[in-house]
Design a protein around this ligand. Structure first.
Ligand code: SF4
Length: 351
């Protein structure tokens, strides 16, 4: 379902843009749709015909994203397995410091070799209302002040829905524009569309290699853009809108942790308005890919940092609970028991 469908339903009930804005704000705060303000009760503001339609709308919106299970981790994050109205499931992650990672597709067509979500292929798009509903759901449990589009799916492959969600979150949702992070493997359409939008999100680009041939092997169905060109496109966006690009680099031992790659990163990113996030792969027993040794990771960070590339190590949130993107969903599909860890987060105060 799309946000515009909800707005059309409200307009059919007689709601004016002012009424729709207030209902959106209540929804996005995880509150009842007829929540008034300190100075004005809903019955003094919303027309009777609109109020009459709110219970049915509320049922529809609650059904867009329902909590199937929650998996708190030691690092303060919590993975949520979220059921959509048709029974499909996606993952959202409550991140430390009031962040939320949302999913934009069920499955993904890019097929990155190190990603569980990519293994299923694309099953369906997540509608803009379903993306926003993940935020409304999370805000029932915790404040959400930052939303990253880094969950299941490639946002560039569902661009209209993702941009519609960003527009609402950055307006009625009260989230600062630089706290909306559009994460992509890089697609020319992203660089054409984002600058035209009313709300310009920050951008995260999945680089993973500075070698075009290796990148193509790791991200088999990503658009064919050379790493140099991708960085140039990113740099233009970063300078124009004033937020640094976050480059994502999943670290795979023996594959993209070589000295050649480190020097490639220096060549591409030195002097750029950019942050390099090294994300050690979350390996499991018997996995084809492994994370590099801790000492090697420290060495790489020092090497890049001391030569002028701002570099951070980012562990994938909630690693101790089978945390790779798509793993909860995969286990639920298999009928395997899902890992549960105490303490439960649900029941905390609302945002
Ligand atoms: S890492 Fe992202 S882009 Fe790649 S397959 Fe997984 S969800 Fe898709």
């Amino acid at each position: 379902m799309r946000i515009q469908d909800i707005h059309r339903q409200l307009a059919d009930l007689g709601a004016k843009p002012l009424h729709i804005g207030r209902i959106d704000r209540a929804w996005l705060r995880g509150l009842p749709l007829d929540t008034g303000t300190r100075n004005q009760r809903a019955q003094d503001f919303l027309p009777l015909s609109v109020r009459g339609g709110l219970p049915a709308l509320s049922t529809t919106l609650d059904g867009l994203a329902r909590l199937r299970s929650e998996h708190p981790a030691a690092d303060g994050s919590a993975r949520l397995l979220v059921a959509l109205a048709d029974g499909q499931t996606v993952e959202s992650v409550l991140l430390p410091r009031d962040g939320l990672c949302v999913s934009t597709q069920v499955g993904c067509a890019v097929g990155c070799v190190f990603c569980m979500t990519g293994k299923s292929g694309l099953l369906r798009q997540v509608g803009s209302a379903e993306i926003v509903a993940q935020v409304a759901l999370a805000r029932r449990f915790r404040p959400v002040k930052k939303v990253v589009f880094m969950g299941m799916g490639e946002p560039a492959h569902n661009l209209d829905n993702v941009l519609e969600a960003i527009d609402l979150l950055g307006s009625e949702g009260g989230i600062g524009h630089k706290n909306l992070v559009f994460s992509t493997v890089g697609d020319p359409r992203v660089f054409e569309r984002l600058p035209q939008e009313r709300i310009k999100p920050a951008l995260a680009l999945s680089l993973h290699s500075t070698r075009a041939d290796l990148r193509q092997r790791l991200l088999p169905r990503a658009p064919r853009i050379d790493p140099e060109e991708l960085v140039e496109l990113g740099e233009t966006y970063a300078r124009r809108f004033g937020y640094p690009i976050q480059y994502q680099w999943t670290l795979l031992a023996g594959i993209n942790d070589s000295q050649e790659e480190m020097d490639g990163i220096l060549r591409l990113l030195k002097g750029k308005f950019a942050v390099m996030n090294l994300i050690p792969y979350n390996s499991h027993e018997g996995d084809t890919y492994q994370r590099p040794e801790g000492a090697r990771i420290v060495e790489m960070v020092r090497y890049l940092h001391s030569r002028g590339v701002l570099t951070k190590v980012r562990n994938s949130a909630g690693q101790d609970i089978d945390g790779g993107c798509g793993q909860l969903r995969a286990r639920a599909q298999d009928g395997a028991s899902l890992p549960q860890k105490a303490p439960r987060l649900i029941g905390r105060s609302t945002a």
